[in-house]
Each structure stands twice: as structure tokens, then as C-alpha cells.
Design a protein around this ligand. Structure first.
Ligand code: ADP
Length: 492
């Protein structure tokens, strides 16, 4: 603590130094008057008074409106406390409005001040050094930040979104008020990351959350829909979307994003899927008997010489096959709820499977030249039937979207730890801007020429779901009017 008396100040030098110091005023501890002994230029400038007006006057004569005894941060309270306690006292933020230079208007200003006792010879407080800093800029910036955060929160909550932020090293989860209600908690309940994890459906934790977490460490973002259990045991759906932030060493330090309750949409979707499942199932029965009758007819007519009847029966058979494949796709689509599309894994040779699928496709239609040169056996552990579905979907698209008589070439290769299968055609190709979208549900390219080609935009979506469930990858490389190559890879 400073321990000097005014009398032993080395005169002018210290007075000049004091007067040049930022925002200081020195008052005598002669309560209740608090006579002003010195004031710095900066203090006078910010409080809009002259040195002549203040020197020798009582502090509260000069600044009467700071003399509000109801607030313990006011000058009189603080000065009195400094004398009583003999200790320095800071007031980190207080408001004192001052006139804007050249106007009659007072504007809100915020100050931070420090009050230092100065002792005399017999160690009692003789003076108080009051130093002020104008922190209006900082306070306003903070107010603006709070306001913008509040606005963001309000907007988010109006749309049912909750915002959350996870400090990864500290395992500290913070969130907006809506977050708790999305997880079925009463307002104000303390929720930890462990509580949230326990609420996630165990299948989705394993198949979606953990996988997405590891993927997000590479991609920097995540997006998924999962099931959670509320404390009352009811099942709800949520959609989580966000980003991961990394430090300089590329270690993840923060994850933040939004969460929204999508239970109603999901229930709707489930009802729609149930309807599709039921309708496809009902359609399958008459189709199966139609197919059986056509086969009987084909046998009965084997002796006929009428070429029309022969081709008509074969073509009807092909149409029935097409319809059966479509209905199967719809049935699969309805099974795509998490946990519903189950994989039945076996170990098999993927080259043999490609060979079989190519032969079946040739049987169904000979409109294109299918090429496949199988190499040595490549054993994979996967759902054989579902992988066959993906290959056959690639082949049927290749023939749908390329001219009759053109080539369709299949390849299989082993890279490091995965097997890659490709189907290349010489068709219309896929525009760059559509290449990401063609794997989405119900997406069909809007090119004029494509209007007459029938389809529902579910084949590639199903294929991509099947491959993703196998933890594999699916993609396309294509140039418009030159052809496309569709790929998938499976971990070995
Ligand atoms: P569908 O063929 O029934 O429309 P898909 O999901 O199989 O549904 O394909 C989605 C879209 O991708 C198609 O509508 C088409 O625009 C595009 N597409 C798929 N395969 C090819 C291909 N081999 N060549 C060009 N476009 C393709």
C-alpha cells in the first residue's frame, strides 16, 4: 500500500505526473466533504469539468449525482468504506452518465474504478486516490453479444431447436434451455453427458452415434437421427446436426450443434412405410399367381408356331419380373427404419456373386453387352442377397440410362483392406450437381430426356443404405453423355 503524505511529494514533478495520469482524482479523507486536492487531465476531460471548478471543492459538490446513498457502489459508500477498512476498494462496473461533448444530452457510460487509501504519519487514511477507466465500449460489446445470443436462442427455440456445446477434454456439456425438454426432463433438471448417453437406444448408440462420432473426427461434421428413451420410458426421435472444432494438433476439442425432436415426422414416416409395406405385400400375392399362370401358359404354348403369341408371353413374363423387382424395392424401403433392415452375413466369393447376377441380367434382357472377367475368388463377409441387389440395381440402371447395344462392364478389385466393385456404362451420364443427390431417397434427375424412363428414385437409395450398413462406401464417377461408373466397396 502507498504510504506517503501530500507534503512529502516532490512538488511540481509529481503534480505534473499526476495530472497526466489516466483518469485519477485525489480527495482528502475529510468525510463527509471529501475535498478534491488534485485531478488528472483525463479525469477532467471525461467528467467535463475544469481544474479550477473542482480544486478545493467537496467531491459531492462537484459530482452531486454520484451521491446516491442507496447503492453500495456509489462514491460516498466506497470512500467511507476505504476509510473504515483501510483497504483498497474496486468497483468493477458502475454506470455514470456523462454529457456527450458539445451536446446537452447525457449518455449512459460505464466505468470501472479503483479507490486506494493513502496514509498519513500516524497511519490513518488521509487521502483517497480514485482512478476511473471508461469501459463503455466493452460493456456495450458484451451487451450486444448477449443480445445477439439471446436472439439466436429465441429463434432456435421458436423452431424447436436446442443448441448444445461439448467441451471434449473437460467432458463438459452445456446447452440451451430447450435441450432438457427434448430429452424429456423437467425445466431446471441437472443433466450430464452420461445421462444423455444412457437415454440413447442401445442399437442406435452402437450403429449410429459411435460410427458418426468417429466419422466426424475426419469430416468435421455430423448429422444423424436416433431414438431416445425419455425418463418416462416413452420412445422419441431426435435429429442431431453439428460440427467438430480441432486445435492446432488436429485434436478434437469441441463439438457443437443443434438437436430437434422429430418424433411426429418419424411417426408419420413409419405409418407411411407401414402402408407401403402392406400395399406391396398385398400386390405380391396376385403377381405371384400371375407369374405362375404365365409359366404354365408358356409350357402349354411351347408347340405353337405363332410368333406373336410366343413373344407376347415372354414379354409379359419380363414385365411381371420388373414389377416384382419394383415391389421388392418398395418392401425393402419400408424396412429401412433403423434396426429393421437386418443383415444376414455369410462368407462368400464376391466374384461368383457378380457372375451369377450378370447371368441373371442377361436372361432378363439382352439389350446390352454385359462384360465381366472374374479374377480369383475374393471372399467377403456380407449379406449375399443384399449385395446381389446392389449389383443388380447398378446393372439395371446402366441399361436403363444407356443406348441399346452399348457395353456395360463390371470389375472387381482388391485394394488394401477392401474390395471394390464397379459397373461402367456408355450412357447419358450424371450431371456433376446431381452426383451427390442420386443416392437420396426419391431423387430422380430432372433432365428432359429422362422423363420417359420409368423409376421411383429408390434403387440407389436402397443400395447406399445396404452398403452403409456394411460400413462400406458407394459413389459414382461420371461425365455427361460419356457414361457413368458406379462403385461400391466393402471392408474385407
Ligand atoms: P430410378 O432409376 O428408379 O430413378 P435410382 O435410385 O436407381 O432410381 O436412380 C436415381 C437417379 O440416378 C436416376 O433417376 C437417374 O437420374 C440417376 N442414375 C442412376 N443410374 C444412372 C446411370 N447409370 N446413368 C445415368 N444416370 C443414372
Amino acid at each position: 500500500m502507498i504510504n506517503l503524505t501530500l507534503e512529502n511529494l516532490p512538488g511540481d514533478l509529481f503534480r505534473v505526473l499526476f495530472e497526466k495520469s489516466p483518469g485519477s482524482i485525489l480527495v482528502k479523507a475529510d468525510a463527509p466533504r471529501f475535498t478534491i486536492l488534485a485531478a488528472s487531465d483525463a479525469y477532467l476531460k471525461t467528467t467535463l469539468v475544469t481544474r479550477e471548478e473542482v480544486l478545493g471543492k467537496g467531491f459531492f459538490e462537484v459530482f452531486p449525482d454520484t451521491d446516491d446513498l442507496h447503492d453500495e457502489t456509489t462514491a460516498r459508500e466506497v470512500f467511507t468504506k476505504v476509510i473504515e477498512t483501510r483497504k483498497k476498494m474496486d468497483v468493477p462496473v458502475y454506470r455514470y452518465d456523462v454529457f456527450e461533448p458539445g451536446t446537452d444530452n447525457k449518455q449512459p457510460h460505464y466505468w470501472s474504478c479503483s479507490n486506494i487509501p493513502i496514509f498519513d504519519g500516524d497511519n490513518s487514511v488521509a487521502y483517497i486516490l480514485n482512478t476511473i477507466i471508461d469501459i463503455t465500449g466493452e460493456v456495450k460489446a458484451k451487451e450486444a453479444a448477449i443480445e445477439s445470443e439471446n436472439r439466436l436462442l429465441l429463434a432456435a427455440e421458436a423452431t424447436g431447436l436446442a443448441i448444445w456445446d461439448l467441451d471434449i477434454p473437460e467432458i463438459n456439456l452445456t446447452f440451451s434451455p430447450q435441450f432438457g425438454s427434448i430429452f424429456g426432463h423437467q425445466a431446471g433438471t441437472l443433466i450430464t453427458l452420461a445421462d444423455i448417453r444412457n437415454q440413447v437406444h442401445p442399437d442406435d448408440m452402437q450403429n449410429i452415434v459411435l460410427i458418426s462420432y468417429y466419422e466426424s473426427l475426419v469430416t468435421g461434421s455430423y448429422f444423424y437421427e436416433i431414438r431416445i428413451f425419455w425418463p418416462d420410458k416413452s420412445l422419441h426421435w431426435i435429429r442431431i446436426k453439428g460440427i467438430v472444432l480441432f486445435n492446432k494438433n488436429k485434436e478434437p476439442i469441441r463439438m457443437l450443434g443443434t438437436v430437434v425432436d422429430i418424433t411426429e415426422n418419424k411417426r408419420d414416416e413409419i405409418r407411411k412405410n407401414d402402408f407401403i409395406a402392406m400395399a406391396s405385400h398385398e400386390l405380391k400375392t396376385p403377381l405371384t399367381s400371375l407369374k405362375a399362370y404365365l409359366q404354365l401358359l408358356e409350357t402349354k404354348l411351347s408347340g405353337t408356331t405363332d410368333p406373336f403369341i410366343k413373344t407376347a408371353v415372354v414379354k409379359s413374363g419380363n414385365q411381371v419380373n420388373k414389377m416384382t423387382a419394383l415391389i421388392h424395392n418398395f418392401l425393402d424401403l419400408s424396412k429401412l427404419e433403423p434396426g429393421k433392415l437386418q443383415l444376414t452375413r455369410n462368407t462368400f466369393d464376391i466374384n461368383q456373386l457378380i457372375g451369377e447376377t450378370v447371368s441373371e441380367s442377361r436372361l432378363l434382357s439382352n439389350s446390352h453387352n454385359l462384360h465381366f472377367e472374374p479374377s480369383d475368388a475374393i471372399e467377403v463377409n456380407a449379406d449375399r442377397e443384399k449385395i446381389a441387389q446392389v449389383i443388380s440395381n447398378f446393372i439395371s440402371n446402366a441399361s436403363k440410362y444407356s443406348p441399346k447395344g452399348s457395353n456395360i462392364t463390371l470389375h472387381s478389385t482388391v485394394n488394401d483392406d477392401n474390395v471394390q466393385v464397379s459397373v461402367a456404362d456408355e450412357g447419358i451420364g450424371v450431371k456433376l450437381k446431381d452426383q451427390e443427390k442420386i443416392f437420396q431417397r426419391f431423387f430422380r434427375s430432372e433432365e428432359e430426356g429422362l422423363k420417359n424412363i420409368s423409376g421411383f428414385g429408390i434403387g440407389l437409395y436402397l443400395s447406399s443404405e445396404i452398403i452403409q450398413r456394411h460400413k462400406g462406401k458407394i459413389w459414382v464417377k461420371s461425365e455427361q453423355n460419356r457414361g457413368s461408373t458406379f462403385y461400391f466397396s466393402l471392408p474385407l
